[in-house]
Design a protein. Structure first.
Length: 152
C-alpha cells in the first residue's frame, strides 16, 4: 500500500467563495521525505512554479520506465553510465473543461559502456512491459529510445 498526505494550502481567506477566490496550491508529503509543492496547470488558474498533477503522472511513468530499464540492464550485463528522458504527454481538453492525457512519449537517451547495443535497445520494450505505472494508465505510453556507446 502506498500512502501520502495532500494538504490544500490555497485558502486566501474566503475559501472557495468563488472560482477565482482560491489558489490551487497544495503540498504532498510523506514521512521522511521533502514536500512536493503542487498546483494545477496554469490553464486552470494554477501556479506554473509548482508541480501539477499531469507533470507528476508523467514523471511517475518516466521514473518507473527508467528504474525497470536499469534493473533489466544490470541483470543482462549492460552497463548504463548515463540516462536522461525528455518525456512529454498530450493533455486533451473537452468542451466542458474536463480533459485527459491521451498519450505519453518517453525519449530516453542512454549511454552504455562498450557492449551489446541491440540488447540495450531491446530492454526498453521489456521495461515498458513491466512498468506498473504505464500498465495502469488508460492511454498509450510509447518510447523512442536512443542508445549511445560511451567513448573510452
Amino acid at each position: 500500500m502506498t500512502r501520502l498526505r495532500l494538504r490544500w494550502t490555497g485558502d486566501r481567506g474566503v475559501g472557495t467563495a468563488s472560482y477565482t477566490a482560491y489558489a490551487r496550491d497544495h503540498e504532498i508529503t510523506a514521512p521522511g521525505k521533502p514536500a512536493i509543492a503542487g498546483s494545477s496547470d496554469p490553464r486552470f488558474r494554477g501556479d506554473a512554479t509548482r508541480w501539477n498533477p499531469e507533470e507528476l503522472l508523467l514523471g511517475a511513468i518516466s521514473a518507473c520506465h527508467q528504474l525497470w530499464y536499469l534493473h533489466l540492464c544490470a541483470e543482462a550485463g549492460v552497463v548504463v553510465t548515463a540516462y536522461v528522458d525528455d518525456a512529454e504527454a498530450v493533455l486533451t481538453l473537452d468542451s466542458d473543461g474536463s480533459g485527459r492525457i491521451t498519450e505519453a512519449l518517453l525519449r530516453p537517451a542512454v549511454t552504455i559502456a562498450p557492449g551489446d547495443v541491440a540488447l540495450a535497445e531491446s530492454l526498453h520494450q521489456a521495461a515498458q512491459a513491466r512498468c506498473f505505472i504505464a500498465r495502469s494508465v488508460a492511454f498509450p505510453v510509447r518510447h523512442k529510445a536512443v542508445v549511445t556507446v560511451a567513448t573510452v
